[in-house]
Design a protein. Structure first.
Length: 689
């Protein structure tokens, strides 16, 4: 005759789960009843069962109270099945999680059980009835065993499943109900099958991942914290074999990458970019990436090794694909050469501008590298993955410039392409457009350009649709836009729209010490030559004005590499003929001061001439290397102009900077007077004599 077993629990889901498990394992020997207190609290519990199994202490106390003293009551031992921990293990380290149960004691016990299985990377707090409402956050998690109760709907609930009965509990049940001991062996086998099933699933996953990694062409190494190689894919095995290494189990980082100068730990901490090194006489590119998991933290370092030839092949493939569009930038700030404070300050300012989405206006002479700066700003900006579109206003007449910039619809004019054509602003969407030689733009094009900058939308010529565009604008000019505004040749509103971040690129004559540096660089990289100059030629290069700037310098280097035999010292006699003409002209003709009349009249009309002249005199007398703070300048002016205010001082300084008479250097250098400022100051003094 079958024995009778009654399961007493609080929640129906718990009773049903434990009852189903018992029926599967011992249903042949016992009839099982599930008594749920939430549903049957008001009913009389039957008293004729051979064993009462309480699922938690509360139901055990209830059974003791309601049943006769001679009834067999057993408190079940239960545990959380770790096979349901996958979601917990996926959570990042220190994630806040609520452990949900019926009481503080049981919630703390759940936390202990989770930690007992090695899940200790989370910040788990108890949550139970009457507990304060948790703070609402974007990422909120709660964990429980069996059911979600009293947990806000906006939290993600991680269900670990109903706690299962322990083997010890099953042994006591079999003993009390006189069920054969062989059944216990069957129960143990069932448990072991679940454990082996987890192991098989993990092994299948590991085999699957290994198959993927071994089919990757790149060479992959796993390095432990001591520099030992604990993993390598098939491509890495081939590399090791080519080195003649046989004992792969004991190989270390230095055995493979012996050309690297620093220890493995240094590269793990300081390597943000790819490293180029040699292995067995061939060049390779290394990517070093620390690897961590939520529970264990840093578990090693992954090194991906690519042959340089493979990288070059991929680069050439991409270049061929993008060549037709021409919408790529190839220069970065690393390509801007020079060691002078002037050029480094310009680069530092450009880097700061690159970190913003603001419009940049590059002001400089021809040949100073405006497009080099524009491409570098694009490459260092948030839109670096987008297109880089360059347009030169001086290259096309007004009508063609308008259609190129804004596009046109089919039939907009005679010869219009069938289907129309998108403009450069459309093509530069999510990228950067570089508007070069801005001073050559007509007033009509300037008006349309202003609207695009203000509204961030484009309408094609002949079209009615308005297309929104997200474009970073970089403009450049080698003309005096201030003078053009005064002469009604350039729109003032467009100037202020473009001049959010003005950047002055110094001409070569202001880059002290850079000329000879650039000569050596161009000779070695472009022509594989090492030019030697005598002292007279070096002095000439350092004092020459270089009106063509870097472009003129590069042309001179190309000429000398072509006409001067190797190993012969270059002299001034080797220079192209026009250099001699320029040299004689500069020594024979007195350089006239630029036309300052318009600026002079502007300052007189604005009642700023006297203060601006005083400011120029202060900066002209400043000791080289000594920085003047704005407060110091303010105190010096206060003696002569008692009514001066800080805002007025800023306006006067900005006026002088706008006209190119003052230049802001680095923080250490401060503001300094430019050659134009000195000429203007001398011109005023001469004018008033």
């Amino acid at each position: 005759m079958k024995k009778k077993l009654c399961v007493i629990g609080l929640a129906e889901v718990v009773c049903d789960a434990i009852g189903a498990s018992l029926r599967t394992l011992i249903g042949e020997y016992a009839d099982i009843l599930c008594w749920c207190l939430e549903k049957s609290m008001d009913e009389q519990i039957p008293t004729d069962y051979d064993l009462y199994l309480a699922t938690y202490p509360g139901s055990y106390a209830y059974a003791k109270k309601m049943l006769p003293n001679d009834c067999q009551i057993l408190l079940a031992g239960r545990f959380v099945n770790p096979s349901n921990f996958e979601r917990l293990l996926e959570l990042p380290k220190n994630t806040s999680v609520l452990a949900v149960d019926n009481s503080l004691e049981r919630a703390n016990y759940l936390i202990w059980e989770i930690a007992r299985f090695g899940v200790n990377h989370l910040d788990i707090s108890p949550y139970y009835p009457d507990c304060p409402e948790p703070e609402k956050m974007a990422q909120s998690f709660a964990v429980g065993a069996g059911r979600k109760r009293n947990v806000p709907d906006w939290m993600e609930f991680i269900n670990l499943g109903v706690k299962e009965l322990t083997i010890t509990t099953y042994a006591r049940i079999l003993q009390i109900l006189d069920i054969p001991e062989e059944v216990l062996d069957s129960i143990v086998h069932t448990y072991m099958d679940s454990v082996f099933q987890m192991a098989r699933r993990n092994n299948n996953t590991r085999t699957y991942l290994n198959s993927i990694i071994n089919n990757i062409d790149e060479i992959i190494f796993g390095i432990d914290e001591h520099g030992g190689i604990f993993f390598k894919n098939n491509a890495a095995e081939s590399l090791i074999a080519s080195l003649g290494k046989t004992d792969g189990a004991s190989l270390r980082f230095g055995d493979i990458f012996s050309e690297l100068e620093r220890p493995f730990a240094w590269y793990c901490e300081n390597c943000d970019e790819e490293i180029i090194t040699k292995i067995n006489g061939l060049h390779y590119v290394l990517q070093i990436k620390p690897v961590s998991e939520p529970v264990g933290g840093n578990i090693g370092t992954l090194i991906i090794v690519k042959p340089v030839t493979r990288v070059q092949e991929l680069e050439n493939k991409v270049r061929r694909k993008l060549k037709g569009t021409g919408l790529t930038a190839k220069y970065t700030f690393a390509n801007i050469l020079g060691e002078s404070p002037a050029i480094r300050q310009a680069v530092d300012t450009a880097r700061r501008f690159a970190g913003t989405p603001l419009t940049v206006l590059l002001e400089s002479e021809s040949g100073t590298g405006k497009e080099l700066f524009a491409q570098s700003i694009h490459q260092a900006s948030a839109c670096a993955s987008g297109p880089f579109v360059a347009f030169n206003f001086s290259a096309l007449p007004e009508t063609l410039a308008e259609s190129e910039l804004f596009g046109y619809e089919e039939g907009a004019f005679t010869g219009a392409r069938r289907g129309g054509k998108p403009g450069l602003f459309e093509q530069a969407h999510n990228g950067t457009i570089f508007l070069d030689e801005l001073g050559s733009a007509s007033l009509a094009v300037q008006a349309r350009l202003l609207r695009v900058l203000e509204e961030r939308e484009v309408r094609r010529i002949g079209g009615e649709r308005v297309l929104p565009v997200s474009v970073r604008v970089i403009a450049a000019t080698n003309e005096d836009l201030g003078a053009m505004i005064r002469n009604k040749q350039f729109r003032k509103d467009l100037f202020y729209r473009l001049c959010m971040c003005p950047l002055y690129i110094p001409p070569l004559r202001e880059r002290t010490g850079d000329v000879l540096f650039l000569i050596r660089y161009f000779a070695e990289t472009l022509h594989s030559r090492h030019l030697k100059f005598d002292s007279a030629l070096e002095d000439f290069c350092n004092t020459y004005d270089w009106p063509g700037n870097v472009r003129e310098l590069q042309n001179m280097v190309t000429y000398l590499c072509a006409v001067v035999p190797p190993n012969r010292v270059c002299t001034t006699a080797d220079l192209p003929r026009y250099f001699h003409s320029a040299s004689h002209a500069s020594s024979a003709v007195e350089v006239k001061a630029p036309p300052f009349t318009a600026i002079y009249e502007e300052m007189v009309n604005n009642h700023t001439l006297d203060i601006c002249r005083t400011l120029l005199a202060i900066f002209n007398e400043k000791t080289k290397g000594h920085s003047l703070g704005r407060e110091h300048i303010f105190d010096m002016l206060k003696d002569h102009y008692p009514a001066i205010t800080h805002p007025a001082l800023r306006r006067h300084l900005d006026t002088l900077k706008y006209h190119g008479m003052l230049h802001s250097g680095s923080t250490k250098q401060g503001t300094d007077i430019t050659p134009v400022g000195r000429e203007f100051l001398a011109w005023i003094v001469q004018l008033r004599k």
